[in-house]
Design a protein. Structure first.
Length: 277
């Protein structure tokens, strides 16, 4: 029976480590842990792995560029990328950069098993894999330049939960659960990381979205209030004024006036151009 190939695991997470996927990979591979991205070329030369696994929580430009540099230096090594960041742009970038497979955590057991079996079979091939031409790929826009601070990364799942459910009734307990924390620890860590309470952050997120909807001007002020999770128009107006300094109706009129002024200035400039310009 053939021995298991070596899978060199590159831990690019900054939040709380989750060994689940690494343990499951051990059924098909001998897992070796990299000493860090800077030492990765030496680790590859020493361990001669059959494949690499880059595990991210929320990727940043710095670490994605480092992964791409390793791919360019060792183009025959297949790379498995695990991440909590569910992004179509990131997935497209990964495949165009010749990442062997891109999986979003938590990966369903059946999907991970199928992936590992295919990767193990690839590692056991006697002939080296064909090397596809590597295309120059810019890291997707919108990603942070550097890794998150660990205390922020620990709460990132909660921030994602808020961004998806801000228009609903959200409890601190539900958000804490998404981070794997109890309510007390979540509240304490949240205040330490963001210098505000969870409830203050939620209100700010709702008001930011309300400002966007008011600027769009497609629904009424009352409709905006309900769209961002407020059940009372008066309460919405009070919170909006407290955080922005103006009432929602005043904010809408002010922004619409500014937009109209910009359109008029653009129209005046076009009319002032000489014919044929």
């Amino acid at each position: 029976m053939n021995s298991k190939p070596v899978l060199l695991w590159v831990d690019c997470t900054v939040g709380l480590p989750d060994p689940e996927h690494r343990v499951r990979c051990a059924t098909h591979f001998d897992i070796a842990t990299a000493d860090g991205i800077a030492q990765l070329p030496d680790d590859i030369a020493r361990l001669k792995p059959g494949a690499l696994c880059f595990e991210f929580d929320y990727p940043d430009q710095q670490r994605l560029q480092a992964m791409l540099a390793i791919k360019k230096s060792f183009p025959r090594l297949p790379i498995l990328m695990l991440t909590q960041e569910s992004s179509e742009r990131l997935a497209v970038w990964a495949f165009r950069s010749r990442v062997w497979n891109y999986l979003v955590k938590p990966v369903p057991p059946i999907e991970l098993t199928d992936c590992l079996q295919a990767l193990s079979t690839l590692c056991h091939r006697t002939a080296p894999p064909r090397v596809a031409q590597l295309l120059e790929q810019a890291v997707p826009e919108g990603l942070r330049e550097k890794p998150l601070e660990p205390e922020v990364a620990r709460l990132q799942a909660g921030l994602n939960y808020i961004s998806q459910h801000y228009h609903e009734r959200i409890s601190a307990r539900a958000v804490a659960r998404s981070c794997g924390l109890n309510r007390f620890d979540f509240s304490r860590k949240f205040r330490a990381a963001f210098k505000m309470t969870f409830r203050e952050y939620l209100l700010q997120a709702r008001i930011n979205e309300a400002r966007r909807l008011l600027m769009a001007g497609t629904i009424s002020v009352t409709g905006v209030a309900y769209s961002v999770g407020f059940n009372d128009g008066s309460h919405f107006a009070r919170i909006f004024r407290r955080l922005t300094g103006v009432l929602p109706s005043e904010y809408r009129v002010s922004d619409q006036a500014k937009a109209l002024h910009r359109r008029r200035r653009t129209s005046d400039r076009i009319e002032a151009l000489p014919a044929g310009a």
